[in-house]
Ligand binder design. Structure first.
Ligand code: ATP
Length: 269
């Protein structure tokens, strides 16, 4: 069953060109995860142990997965993605085994970047170990720590984890030799929003569209939401049987996506 628990891409077709904004994050993640894969001799000759793991944190939809996947594309590494919350919800009782299998596969297919999404689902600090479910989560987390501690930092297997709730994480995960680099991935500012809009309209036929203005009126939205706006704009054009996507389609799309977010907020309280 463990094959279902992970996504494997032997050669992810993404590069840093697919990432809007996040220049500093790109530079840092390349330096600490990419460079040791591409130029291990640099680290060996200087006697430096590169970090084994990096933790990305920030709001949903800001490009954490995209950043990890495009790094794998840049350094031609295998990309393995697992979603930690599935260990708790979907693969109950299998968590520790899946972790073991993931690392085994990673070693076979190296260089490999293992991406663990929603790390907080297994890596939260727990006050009580009441239920058997909690113990199972604990076992999964201990297996993860054992795997991380067990491999050589120069082994070209790297872990990138992501969370929206860094405040919940067990400090044991952040100890030296584990996830000892922490990179914030924030919501995009105006310049980054413009870049993200440009990336996602690259193949669209636009006419008289002022993306700069769209970037201006989308303060507080994530990259995933900006992408949704470009898709919605396309649908407005299709409904009107237009030959191009116009500014008006984008304006309507912004309203629609903002309204949807508003409704979601109401439901979630
Ligand atoms: P979550 O915390 O919900 O897992 P995430 O931070 O991992 O979210 P992604 O899954 O990387 O976010 O983003 C979803 C999609 O939104 C991406 O595949 C991409 O199409 C778009 N997107 C998000 N951020 C960016 C960005 N900075 N540049 C370009 N596209 C982006």
């Amino acid at each position: 069953p463990f094959v279902e628990a992970m996504e494997i891409e032997d050669n992810p077709g993404f590069t840093f060109k697919d990432v809007g904004g996040l220049q500093n994050q790109i530079r840092e993640i390349y330096e600490v995860v990419g460079l040791p894969i591409v130029k291990p001799e640099l680290f060996k000759s200087l006697g430096i142990d590169p970090p084994k793991g990096v933790l990305l944190y920030g709001p949903p939809g800001t490009g954490k997965t995209l950043l990890a996947r495009s790094l794998a594309g840049e350094v031609k590494a295998t990309f393995i993605r697992v979603v930690a919350s599935q260990f708790v919800n979907k693969f109950i009782g299998e968590g520790a085994r899946i972790v073991r299998e993931v690392f085994k596969l990673a070693r076979e297919k190296k260089p490999t970047i293992i991406f663990i999404d929603e790390l907080d689902a297994i890596g939260s600090r727990r006050i009580e170990m009441g239920t058997s479910g909690d113990r199972e989560v604990q076992r999964t987390m201990l297996q993860l720590l054992a795997e991380i501690d067990g491999f050589d930092p120069l082994d070209s297997v790297k872990i990138i984890a992501a969370t929206n709730r860094i405040d919940l994480l067990d400090p044991a995960l952040l100890r030296p030799g584990r996830f000892d680099r922490i990179i914030e991935v924030p919501l995009p500012d105006k310049g980054a929003r413009l870049e993200i809009l440009k990336i996602h309209t690259k193949n669209m036929k636009l006419k008289d569209v002022n993306l700069d203005y769209i970037a201006q009126i989308t303060e507080g939205l994530s990259g995933a939401e900006l992408k949704a706006i470009t898709t919605e704009a396309g649908f407005f054009a299709i409904r009107e049987k237009a030959d191009y996507v116009y500014q008006d389609h984008f304006i309507k799309a912004v309203e629609k996506v903002k309204k949807r977010l508003e409704e979601k907020k109401q439901i979630l309280g």
